[in-house]
Design a protein around this ligand. Structure first.
Ligand SMILES: [Zn+2]
Length: 256
């Protein structure tokens, strides 16, 4: 009978340990535990197991939280690195595209004006090239010369445009290009040339061009907007070498 009691009690012990058994059951169990060592041991073991289970669960939870926190930090770092990479990527792509040379038709580029500057022995042809069509880009040019067996020289300016957008000056962009050509008695013609090899003659030795002095008068009287002339303090007697003249070239298109 005692053995049966123990079996019944031990069947009930889990609910008792979990504190879900009824008062009547509790009373019965507690009565039995007073005298039964075996069932006391069984109950103790059961409580120990539950405690170790709780500790194990807590440890797992802490491990999980630690891992979660670690993963979260990893995600944040990864996101930051990715964002930086994307920004750098966009910047590099912009720089590459911005530096890419593009075709510009020689017929879309005009000589806005030219004049001859004589400085002692040296003679220089100063030109301002402008393209309405490509005004949002930089107009670039590379010079080369062809000299024939008699020493006659032709100068070629190979033109292209560069840049997605010209952010110079006030950001409206302007493709104007100041180009100076050194003239000597051998220079017979000057051409601009596009990437397809199309040529446009812009000067030859028989062409009549303004002198620097004539140019200054024309520039102040009829070319530059008056607010620009005033803003830069341009005067007929100002030295043409002064760089402010060349800055003002660009402004005309922004103001007019
Ligand atoms: Zn017992």
């Amino acid at each position: 009978m005692k053995q049966i009691d123990c079996d019944i009690i031990q069947d009930l012990l889990p609910s008792y340990s979990d504190k879900v058994s009824s008062d009547a059951t509790n009373k019965l169990i507690e009565e039995h535990l007073k005298t039964c060592k075996k069932c006391n041991i069984a109950l103790n073991n059961m409580n120990k197991e539950i405690n170790s289970e709780i500790v194990k669960n807590q440890k797992e939870q802490i491990d999980y939280l630690k891992k979660y926190k670690k993963n979260k930090i990893k995600t944040i770092i990864f996101t930051i690195i990715l964002t930086i990479d994307i920004i750098i990527g966009i910047f590099i792509a912009y720089m590459l595209l911005n530096n890419k040379e593009a075709f510009v038709d020689v017929n879309d580029v005009n000589v806005e004006y030219m004049f001859k500057l004589e400085d002692g022995e040296k003679e220089e042809l100063r030109t301002y090239l402008y393209s309405e069509k490509y005004k949002k880009h930089f107009l670039i040019g590379n010079k080369y010369e062809i000299v024939d067996s008699e020493g006659n020289k032709e100068i070629y300016l190979k033109i292209a445009v560069k840049g997605l957008i010209n952010l110079s000056f006030d950001g409206t962009g302007n493709s104007g290009r100041n180009e100076f050509f050194e003239l000597d008695e051998n220079v017979k013609k000057i051409y601009i040339e596009d990437k397809k090899g199309n040529l446009k003659e812009i000067w030859n030795k028989d062409m009549k061009v303004m002198s620097a002095d004539e140019w200054k008068h024309w520039y102040i009287d009829s070319y530059a907007p008056q607010e620009i002339v005033k803003a830069y303090g341009l005067r007929y007697d100002l030295d043409i070498h002064w760089t402010q003249w060349y800055y003002t070239f660009q402004w005309r298109h922004l103001v007019k």
